[in-house]
Design a binder for this molecule. Sequence first.
Ligand SMILES: [Zn+2]
Length: 278
Amino acid sequence: MHLEAGWDGPPAHVHERVDHLWYVLAGEALLTIDGRRDRYAQGSCLFVPAGTPHAFGTGDDSAAAMLQVDTPQSLDGYFRELVETFPPGLPVDPARVADIMRRHDTRPRDVSRSAVARLDPMEHNDALLTRSFELAAEARAAGDHPFGALFEVDGHVVAEARNRIYSDHDMTAHAETALVLILEREHLLDQAGGGTLYASCEPCPMCVGAMFWAGVRRVVFGLSSALLMELATPPGNTPVGFTITAAEIGGAAIPPMHFDGPHREDEAAIPHHGFWVP
Ligand SMILES: [Zn+2]
């Protein structure tokens, strides 16, 4: 693939069955894998397993040539249709790309969109909280702390994240800060004030700050910090953490942030069972 400089590429997407191997032959590519966007110079080689959200393009200052190997099946038909529909120089229309994707083992990254948009507001709220609990379980399965978060705008899930403190060697990579980073990297910050962040657990003071500076004003959460502290403290040990609530911090902000929770704490606690205290 020859990627022109300053090319945004297709919207982030997922293949159900196809794995990619990417090899940067020349120049520098701007590649996003599972919410992480980085520049990759000539000689970089990356594996993108099926089911992993990804996107590719270039920065303004460099074109790139990239080799893509697909297994177990080729996506040639997909690329042929893309090039025929959007000849060089023509703007890429995300809705039409999504149509082409559907015909070739590919779906836009925003998977929850159609399923969630059909639900009534209460079910919608519940479905998104449930999804945050699933993301918390995914974080635990990946060896990180069991927390998940997602961001919804007008009934659509636009970004999802999980705790990544060990995966990223970054003690500040809580689910909510990881989510704010995705909103920033995917140019979604201008929607932050009009959406709702769903978190599996009441956000900590660091995350309340990060969300506030990103423009997030409304948060729905599952587990309370108080119950988390109980679950995470072995018998006879002194609890570690903050006793101030997210609502207290958010209420002291100008403009204020609104926190709605705790909700469904029994379910929200499940990914924490046996994690902090054996
Ligand atoms: Zn946090």
